[in-house]
Design a protein around this ligand. Sequence first.
Ligand SMILES: Cc1cc2nc3c(=O)[nH]c(=O)nc-3n(C[C@H](O)[C@H](O)[C@H](O)COP(=O)(O)OP(=O)(O)OC[C@H]3O[C@@H](n4cnc5c(N)ncnc54)[C@H](O)[C@@H]3O)c2cc1C
Length: 420
Amino acid sequence: MAAASSDFDVAVIGGGAAGAMAAVGAASRLGPEGRVALLESGQRIGRKLLATGNGRCNYSNRRVTAKDYNRPGFVAGVFRACAPEGIRERFAKSGLEAMEEDDGRLYPMSGSASSVLDVLRLLLEEKSVTVYTDFKIYNITADQPWFRLDSSQGYVRAATAVLATGGKAAPQLGSDGSGLKLAEKLGHTVTKLYPGLTALNCPADLQRELGLKALNGLRVSGRAALYRQDKMVAQEEGEILFREYGLSGVAVFQLSRLPGAGLILLDLMPRVSSPELLDMLADRAERLSGRPLEEFFTGMFQRMVGNQLMKVIRLSVEERDCGGLTTEELEALAGVIKGWPFPVEGAKGWQNAQVTLGGLNVEEFDALTLESRLVPGFFAAGEVLDVDGPCGGYNLQWAWSSGLLAGWSAAKVFRQEMSY
Ligand SMILES: Cc1cc2nc3c(=O)[nH]c(=O)nc-3n(C[C@H](O)[C@H](O)[C@H](O)COP(=O)(O)OP(=O)(O)OC[C@H]3O[C@@H](n4cnc5c(N)ncnc54)[C@H](O)[C@@H]3O)c2cc1C
């Protein structure tokens, strides 16, 4: 819709998952007379949503609890008011057919993220929300009784405002961090920001030695454990994807929620104990006796993975036979299969990140309403707040629950103001 200068009861800044849900929530509570605007900087709403879950949108998770997030106490407050099951029921009531996969992950049955966006669009239309696109807000003035929201296309005024501009992750999809600056100008503080749920870089001078060029693009399933100062700080099982620059894959994404450098040890056979593995390798050496040593891992690991494991323990394969492996060599091979070391120096960057670690300080917002404790009538929802969860539908669940709550609360505050 073309830009204008208009007045609204509730204006929501940011047309992502949280913002769309906030606008629907506010309009539902205000009823047909309500005037709700959704202001989006991009040409259309929901661009990031279409990219989620590899285009399939893992929109929720049946196992989600507040404890899965970095701010469990705050999230618990929001989930009390806007429970994940309630959100899933709302989606179902609005026509979204769900399909459950491993670990409680929920996807639209169509296999396409566009089904989630279609449902949201329909709700926005049904509730008569006014959507402005190409409408990037660069300034918010809190001038009672109005918030004035300025964009280069014009401005709108609103009695209450919900900030749902996302963080800094994947800026190519609209979330460029500008919303955080808007809140800072209003007096809010922003915690330290890091890219999260993303690949990790290995130091450039070690990439060759680690064999990353040869391994690039290969996937293994195993356990990745992150060590700092010789102490394991986290471990995750799942897919590990080798990249020229470092490590990727879901297991590594989860570890990236703890920002900073460290050492990752990959266990390629997490279900097999070290003694069992040693027996297995000894038996294998006997069975494969007569075969060239360079073929030792053929049929057990991908060729490049097997080659690199031998390189790590500096096993010379020239003119040797599998049957000639010594006990020390078998122990060294078992050791590297259970603990293949990859030093990492940090996240790949914002472009590849799925979420922002850090954001608006949650202590400055009431968890039961999401209203700012500093600026009455101002609310925040979604990734712009310092809340993040693991891969698996947890971050969208946060966006839906916090968005709906902020929209409901903004409508309630507007109503209360009007009744004076
Ligand atoms: C590639 C990828 C895959 C992902 N897959 C999943 C998944 O499968 N499941 C899951 O749970 N999570 C997933 N996530 C994370 C999830 O998408 C986000 O946590 C969630 O979309 C955050 O929603 P949001 O509405 O808070 O922010 P965003 O989705 O970032 O939306 C913010 C919106 O605000 C707009 N905006 C920004 N600044 C302004 C401004 N100044 N004025 C006006 N508009 C503005 C932006 O253009 C954008 O449309 C994925 C993320 C990425 C990048």
